[in-house]
Design a protein around this ligand. Sequence first.
Ligand SMILES: O=C[C@H](O)COP(=O)(O)O
Length: 252
Amino acid sequence: MRKKIVAGNWKMNGTQEEGQKLTSEIVNMVKDERISDVTVVLNPPFVHASNVKKLIGGVDNIFLGGQNCSDKASGAYTGETSASILASFGATYVIIGHSERREYFAESNAQLTEKVKLALENGLTPIFCCGEPLEIREAGTHEEYVKDQLTESLFGLSEADFAKIVIAYEPIWAIGTGKTASSDQAQEMHAAIRTHLASKYGKVADGTSILYGGSCKPDNAPEIFSKPDVDGGLIGGASLKSRDFVDIIKSF
Ligand SMILES: O=C[C@H](O)COP(=O)(O)O
């Protein structure tokens, strides 16, 4: 049985006060509505880490994650945050290779491998993102494109390390655009991803949670999450509204 995961990626949003309010509301709803069968991950901007960690304190199925980590272990890298710093603040997940990091910060597949390794060494579960831009989708080469991202960044991992990875498939043309992939498009890609992972890691890939991301909302999440290879979501915009985010969590 694969883990069902809904992760909220706040991106660069939220003052201290807003972050605390959002976290408290989510925590209260998850408790009051007795949601216990879904792993919930909150990925705020780094500076919110302590506040968020404190607020989720007593809830077994809500975890703190980072939106990124450095590909270096420590040192003179101004503005960066390492996997070990994140772990020391109580984070247990970290998003790696989000398309915004790949596009705006020119992160390469090789760099992402280093980030994944450092995350694992520090006990963090990487949520490894992959996904194609619109022109690749239109050219019909999206499967190959995504498989290459996975091969180049992850296929050097041992089986034991690979078993700890969560994948997020996010078609770039669906991120923040309001244009979601159809549930059939999501299932097709998730199945292709799983088959590709199995070509290297065999049965271990059956246990890999693959999340969908891209304009996921309360009204489309039930249909997307009903697909056999979709194990949850990586939620951007809708994770900033507590009611919407919790409704998405309840969409399985
Ligand atoms: O990390 C989350 C994704 O980029 C999806 O963002 P979105 O839900 O705002 O489209």
